[in-house]
Structures are given as structure tokens and as C-alpha cells.
Ligand binder design. Structure first.
Ligand code: FES
Length: 167
């Protein structure tokens, strides 16, 4: 997804968000809806956008921030082109999922939830993909990779990047 300019509150993205806020002022529980709309427009919810929403909706920033951090479907960082999801379900955990996460964090130079500087990968975790027989498991987008070890996981993401990087 293309990165949207979050620093210019007069641009088309903020205008479209403002319009949505105006239209939904009377709807019950509008904050969550507005945050969803904002995430749809901007791809994520940076502090600038959260402040804009607080101002426009006449609520405190801490209220907006509280909702954003409470629900895990809201993101405060831009998302990468490809999502790596490492399973942290019981079977995968027992078979060393944490070591895989450590290796990927080191390789990608980020923490879980983060996105690489080139915005190619976002590293995330999830609970059980229903592929426990292949534990430990990770997904890159919709593709399952199983029977991993830290080295193999790193090789897979390197190879994936090589194969999928646009020139
Ligand atoms: S616990 Fe990882 S796939 Fe089920």
C-alpha cells in the first residue's frame, strides 16, 4: 500500500476522513467507526491522525489513544507489503516458536508488530493456524511454512524477498 502524507491536514485523505466524521456524528459509538475509516484511508493510525480525530470529534486524545491500543486490529505503524505471522499457539510454542521470532527480529532489525525500513515485511504473531502437525509454523501472507527452525525461517524470508522483490 502506498504511504499517505499524514503531515498535511488539508490533503484529500484528511478531507475524506473529515467528511466521514461529519456524516457519522449522530451514529452511536462513532469513534471506532471513524478509526476504522481512518485506517482504511491511511493504512494505519499514526499519532497525527489520532490527534486530528480527537480534534474533529471533540474528544480527548487519551480517549482516542485508549481505543486504538485496546483493539488489536488498529495499527499505529505502516504495514509492509508482506506479513510474516509466526504462530505462538501451544504446539508451536513448545517446538521453539520464540527462537524463530528472535531470529526473525534480528534478521529484519525490528520487533514484533514492526515493519522493515523498506516496508517489505511486517512481523506479526498469531495463535494456531490449525497446522499444528507442522509445528513450528509461520505464514508469509497466505502461504504456510512448517517444521521450522530459526535458521530455516531466516532462509525462507531471504528467499521470499529475493523472489518477490520488484526491481
Ligand atoms: S499451534 Fe501453531 S499451528 Fe497450531
Amino acid at each position: 500500500m502506498e504511504l499517505v502524507d499524514i503531515h498535511n491536514p488539508d490533503n484529500e485523505y484528511y478531507r475524506s476522513l473529515k467528511k466521514f466524521i461529519e456524516q457519522n456524528r449522530e451514529t452511536p459509538g462513532p469513534l471506532i467507526q471513524v478509526l476504522h475509516k481512518a485506517q482504511e484511508i491511511f493504512g494505519y493510525l499514526p499519532v497525527e491522525v489520532q490527534y486530528f480525530i480527537a480534534r474533529e470529534m471533540d474528544v480527548s486524545y487519551s480517549e482516542v489513544y485508549g481505543v486504538v491500543t485496546f483493539y488489536n486490529f488498529f495499527r499505529t505503524e505502516p504495514i509492509g507489503d508482506h506479513i510474516i505471522n509466526v504462530c505462538l499457539g501451544t504446539a508451536c510454542h513448545v517446538k521453539g516458536a520464540q527462537e524463530i521470532i528472535k531470529a526473525l527480529q534480528k534478521e529484519l532489525e525490528l520487533k514484533v508488530g514492526g515493519t522493515t525500513k523498506d516496508r517489505f515485511f511486517t512481523l506479526s504473531t498469531a495463535r494456531c493456524f490449525g497446522a499444528c502437525g507442522l509445528a513450528p509454523v509461520m505464514l508469509i501472507d497466505d502461504e504456510v511454512y512448517g517444521r521450522l527452525n530459526p535458521q530455516k525461517a531466516v532462509q525462507i524470508i531471504q528467499q521470499f524477498k529475493q523472489e518477490n522483490q520488484e526491481n
